[in-house]
Design a protein around this ligand. Structure first.
Ligand code: FCB
Length: 443
């Protein structure tokens, strides 16, 4: 199965990439990695499917060379990856030469293959030693993250073409401290409000360190959903608006306008860190690009009697992925157009993640994944339409290069364009990988 687009349908400087994240692929039992909050979260019954963790994952720590070959041979331009904080600093504060050596080899390997490296500094692996001190709820996290940034950039920054500070602040803060779905698994509005702010303070401190070091092309990666009301009832419209505020407008508003959306801030104010207003200027300091992760739309319903935000997501009627996420490419178009209109103007945008967990039997063993091919095709089509309508989108990266550790879903959900057999660690390109390879070939 082939895509309906090729590279030639995009501007000549448009970049296609494949993305991964350290905890999801490397294997924390290889090299000297400190404990992270994901290890301990996963150890609690009920948090992760089959109580699986990142100890072995895809053994990318040993197989990175062959994995980078796959990115190159798929004709991608960019490899988006992350560094693991507890590998670089096993105790959260002291730099490990062994950890940095690994990323040094990896950076060389990416460049040697003619790929453009796009680094994400934080993709969710908070060191336990810092989690012990409150992690994202502690206002010192900005300093901790700045020091970690310095360590990574000081060693591999010279080879990075793009750097993002943080992946998906909504997941780091809200999903992890209010909804309890990700590490550290808290369900506490005060912890959540603090994390919602500190994650952006950490972004700002990290930016300052990188600017001072002369590092170029810096951004942050936000996730967006196309959130809609589940019915025509006015109270469902309110529910969708609140969700949109927490998920989409909080971070985009703070970064673009230096202000949190009033409707959400008024509910969180009693729990916000004292003097948070003083940080807003730094938080809204210039970035060079914004990363957009998009997967689905979501439908929201008011829940009478429930504490704020008094809403819940309900299933919609569209076809769904194996994760029960609705497939809605129009939502990606909508998010890209809205960002330009309401938030980021002409700031370059990269779709840094998009993809799906497959239901195809091929996802279990063989390599046929027509549903994933159709998903990518439709979403890349949405990007093309957004560009035609003036949105400044400069790249599109597939999530993910490999089947990998899908957080609370363990190894059960497979997002890879390359199949991983977790018994043997054999990699087998799927149809979607072949489709990219063909569409992206330079003739
Ligand atoms: C995103 C994460 C990524 C992966 C995909 C499916 O929220 O950034 O690590 O889990 O979802």
């Amino acid at each position: 199965m082939a895509f309906n687009f090729t590279r030639a349908d995009f501007p000549s400087d448009f970049q296609f990439g494949a993305a991964t994240a350290a905890y999801q692929i490397e294997g924390t039992s290889f090299g000297r990695v400190g404990s992270s909050h994901w290890d301990t979260f996963a150890a609690v019954p009920g948090n992760v499917v089959n109580a699986e963790d990142g100890r072995v994952a895809c053994d990318h720590y040993h197989r990175w060379g062959a994995d980078l070959d796959l990115v190159r041979d798929g004709n991608f331009d960019v490899y988006r990856f992350s560094t693991m904080w507890p590998r670089v600093m096993p105790d959260g504060r002291t730099v490990s030469a062994e950890g940095l050596d690994f990323y040094d080899r990896l950076a060389d390997g990416i460049v040697a293959r003619g790929l453009s490296p796009s680094l994400t500094l934080y993709h969710w692996d908070m060191p336990s030693a810092l989690a012990d001190k409150g992690g994202w709820t502690n206002s010192d996290v900005g300093k901790w993250f700045a020091d970690y940034t310095q360590a990574v950039i000081g060693r591999i920054g010279d080879r990075m073409d793009a750097v993002a500070t943080i992946n998906e602040p909504w997941c780091v803060a809200w999903l992890s401290h209010f909804l309890g779905g990700h590490a550290p698994g808290l369900r506490d509005v005060r912890a959540a409000a603090r994390a919602m702010h500190h994650v952006l303070v950490a972004h700002a401190r990290s930016m300052e360190v990188m600017r001072a070091a002369g590092q170029k092309n810096l951004g942050i990666v936000l996730n967006f959903e196309h959130s809609q009301a589940a019915s025509d009832a006015p109270e469902d419209a309110v529910a969708a608006r609140v969700y949109d505020g927490i998920y989409n407008r909080w971070f985009a508003g703070a970064l673009s306008h230096g202000a949190y959306p009033e409707d959400i801030l008024s509910a969180l104010t009693p729990h916000m860190p004292e003097g948070f207003e003083d940080d807003m200027a730094a938080i809204s300091g210039p970035i060079d690009w914004l990363g957009v992760n998009y997967y689905t739309r979501s439908l929201h319903q008011n829940v009478p009697g429930m504490a704020w935000p008094s809403e819940r997501a309900v299933p919609g009627e569209l076809p769904k992925t194996a994760q029960d996420w609705e497939i809605y490419p129009e939502g990606l178009y909508g998010v890209l157009m809205r960002l330009q209109r309401d938030f980021t103007g002409d700031l370059p945008i990269y779709v840094t993640e998009n993809g799906m967990a497959g239901r195809d039997p091929g996802d279990r063993g063989a390599v046929d994944d027509p549903a994933r091919v159709a998903y990518f095709d439709a979403h890349v089509g949405a990007v093309r339409r957004a560009i035609a309508d003036g949105a400044p989108v400069k790249g599109y990266f597939a999530w993910s290069l490999l089947d990998n550790y899908e957080w609370a879903f363990g190894y059960d959900k497979r997002f890879g364009i390359v199949h991983v057999d977790y018994e043997t660690q054999a990699r087998t390109p799927k149809g979607s990988y072949r489709a990219f390879q063909k569409a992206l070939a330079r003739s």
